[in-house]
Design a protein around this ligand. Sequence first.
Ligand code: M6R
Length: 629
Amino acid sequence: MCGIVGYVGKKNALPILLEGIKHLEYRGYDSSGLVIGVHSNLKNTDIFFDKSVGKVSNLEAKVKKSIRPKLNKITKFNSQIGICHSRWATHGIPSEENAHPHFDCNKEIYIVHNGIIENYAVLKAELIKSGHKFSSETDSEVIAHLIEEEKKKLKGRVRIEKAVKNALQKIKGTYGLAIFDVNEPEKLIAARNFSPLLIGIGKGEYFLASDATAILKRTRKVVYLEDNDLAVLTPRGYKIVGLFKRASKRTPQIIDWNMEKMKKGEFAHFMLKEIYEQPESISDSIRGRIDYKNNKPVLGGLQLIKKDLKNIKRVIISGMGTAYYAGLLTKDYIEELAKISAVAEPASEFHHRKQIYSKDSDLFLCFSQSGETADTLSALCDAKSHGVLSLGIVNVVGSSISRTTDAGVYQHIGPEIGVASTKAFTSQVVIGALLAVLLGLEHKTLFSHEAKSILDEIKKLPLKIGKILEDSDKIKQVANNFQKYNNFLFLGRKYNFPTALEGALKLKEVSYVHAEGMSSGEMKHGPIAMIDSTFPCIMIIPKDSVYEKNISNAEEIKARSGPIIAIATEGDNTINKISNETIFIPKTLEIFTPILATVVLQLFAYHFAVARGCDVDKPRNLAKSVTVE
Ligand code: M6R
């Protein structure tokens, strides 16, 4: 959700913090702020502080005038320290007061926070009673005041980490926290419970970040913090201690992401770049994972649990948003190819309901690009706490979900920066198909020749997507023609029911128009009442086993004057008689039509939103990674 960057070392902290927070802006962008301490000797620490509403560029412009000139005058210093934050509002409107960093009554303890403090109202009331004055409506501010209170109780020369530890014992909720006390100007404190945080290791300098992308330019050596970790960082090193018990030993990891993937290059938006990356990202996701000689998938991440897969009788699938829709499609693949019963449910509902697990024969499978989605993590933890075997299909290496599952398959698609998920979806679906084939072979429900035809077709998908991208002018033209419409219905059946949901989600999140995705069959049970000449339907209607039924639904819409945009298989010469516009996708196996159709829908949403003047990479009210429930 919110982005956090911290720095302690011998360099100028300001550019490091701004550069880092810009990379994290996709996590939240309604306001931002920073505090910097410049430490010259034990008695002399200068503090610089500023906040701004809106995008990080607003903060950057502000500090250019307020902080930079003053900082530039300080040429000699022992160390600099700083924490920075970009916010996605939970408690309190986006405003300067509610932007982080928050501070205590004396403006000595500064904190930035990602997460939710569930008992903040009670704590705040108690603190106000003891004389604390609050400057914001946020839940986060109580942390600074609580630490101040604990410091008071400890009296005398107390180390900030002790006060933080005591304060956090009182807190119920989730947090990724960076804390700076001006009285200990070479110490950066970090703490984590449920919200992601990592330490970047440099030479004589250390970084904190809620997401590795913030610091990759500075270092690739990182240590991921775990729940209930408290870390102390100084220019001389870092140590991780437990909040409640001794922390386990951590080994630093090297992140091998390509920095080029974090730049837009010649593309106008990350969303467009990532749509165009799909031939490559699918190739990256399948590289080395198909044994074409023996017609079977090779998923190294599942090697250790492969024998357990034989006992699976039910697969429980979860995720959120686009990742959930990839899971929904994978459910169909698993049932069809492996003949194993599968259920799929959004994680936000899943973990609130009583689940009846069969621990020896259930498999919990979750999908998440970021690996940090709080709802998905909660669902996973629930399944794990009941002893159920868990797998993850995750992109971000070392993320919370990837570290919590028993085993998994990484997507290897590089960073996805656009808030609207695109390349993550197609990669997840392809990996879902590989998993279904693997299960089918393990359970002997799929013949080798059937596996072969699926695996051969997967290999061809990058080329077929490339064809859609090459011919995308038509999609742009259709999007432009329809840009004045404010309501859309997305319809699909069987494998393309999840496609309809994904198409609608893409359109609403980047263009803010009303869009509903549903199965074509569902439409006549109520929603058809909305249809008239002002309400277009986007129908995913490839030549597949449900083609005729879809055609009947299209006729029903046409009979009520509803404009139809059809996504159909090339060579279908009859569809034009019903549809107002047709966009063709190359022929493929029925199970893979959703992948090709989704690329069309991604491009449609993109061009439609651009035509309406929307900021597709940073849609209003959204954040890339939703780390609160
Ligand atoms: O990082 P995750 O894949 O777990 O994220 C899940 C959803 O929040 C995400 O897919 C969201 O729906 C996207 N913005 C959709 O484009």
